[in-house]
Write a new protein. Structure first.
Length: 325
């Protein structure tokens, strides 16, 4: 039988495995009795790319979902109260340890994927998704109050690819933005346990048609994973989708983060990886275009691509001691 402080530590160890924008890990956690608090860390917010803290709260929402899954794995219900609290502007949510309740098989499956899941930053293998997976992922997003809008025509996929391409080129012309990205990019010998390590992206990205370019993490240094000699020549962009919410307030950003992680874990459980694109949603004009034309007028929170991959990127995470208040 675990003590409350041991349960909290195990849950927070799961929380820090969540994805975050540029792996900034913009979260802190507190523990008081049977309650865990999830807090945003504004010092880790991307001031240029994310001035409103939207992506920061999406990241914290993903960490919150991992806490919920970890508590179910440990055999407890999770009673969640989402912020904000005017007296504590950095408070994202409180999670109270509920009554004992055995985890369902599906919940154990999600928990097992927390450490396995990795963000993909390249094109995919030309393999179809498992039958019924997209329907299941839409349902997973809906369970958290979000909408997963799948691009179901070549024109929609091309439009999303063009938006990512335009945003990436615009970002490379924006000196403050490139400086900010460079601060969160780690060289191969950097011991820091945050930011984007060289093991998390390809040195020479594989292109697809249409192409979804990734961020320029290496900045011309040649860092990144070397391509396999056995890598197939033909690569696919995968299946593109937009994760959106019907309202665009901080509480919706937290919900979007929970939906994001639920969708990612469910995809991973089916052997499918996901690539995430935030670049066009950081530019108001492109975000509005995607809202009106490509996300049924819901507010886009993240662009995603799903597909199969034979690559094994590796990321880094800060230990629990560094994030526990």
């Amino acid at each position: 039988m675990f003590l409350p402080e041991q349960i909290a530590r195990l849950a927070i160890a799961a929380a820090v495995q969540a994805p975050s924008v540029d792996n900034t890990q913009p979260w802190r956690f507190g523990r008081a009795g049977r309650e865990i608090s999830v807090r945003a860390d504004p010092a880790r917010r991307l001031a240029v790319a994310d001035p409103d803290g939207r992506e920061m709260l999406i990241s914290c929402g993903a960490a919150l979902f991992n806490i919920r899954v970890a508590l179910r794995h440990l055999g407890y219900l999770a009673e969640v109260s989402i912020g904000p609290d005017p007296r504590q502007p950095d408070l994202v949510a409180r999670v109270r340890l509920g009554e004992p309740s055995p985890a369902a098989e599906y919940e154990e499956t999600l928990f097992a994927e927390i450490k396995r899941r990795r963000t993909h930053r390249d094109a995919f293998l030309a393999s179809p998704l498992p039958p019924g997976l997209l329907t299941a992922l839409r349902e997973e997003a809906a369970r958290e109050g979000a909408i997963l809008v799948v691009a179901d025509s070549d024109d929609q996929v091309a439009a999303l690819a063009a938006a990512v391409t335009a945003a990436e080129h615009a970002g490379r012309l924006d000196h403050p933005r490139t400086e900010e990205l460079a601060r969160w990019t780690r060289s191969p010998d950097d011991p820091d346990q945050d930011g984007i390590p060289a093991t998390a992206y390809p040195a020479r990205p594989q292109h697809s048609e249409p192409d979804f370019p990734g961020r320029d993490f290496a900045h011309g240094h040649g860092w990144g994973l070397s391509p396999s000699m056995m890598a197939p020549l033909h690569r696919s962009p995968g299946t593109a989708a937009v994760l959106a919410t019907s309202v665009d307030q901080p509480v919706d950003w937290i919900r979007a983060g929970q939906a994001l992680q639920r969708v990612l874990l469910a995809a991973s459980a089916n052997g499918i990886a996901a690539a995430l694109h935030s670049q066009p949603l950081e530019l108001p004009e492109l975000r509005e275009f995607i809202r009106v034309r490509l996300s049924v007028r819901a507010y886009p929170q993240l662009l995603m691509r799903f597909g199969a991959t034979d690559e094994l990127p590796a990321s880094v995470r800060r230990p629990v001691e560094q994030v526990l208040l």
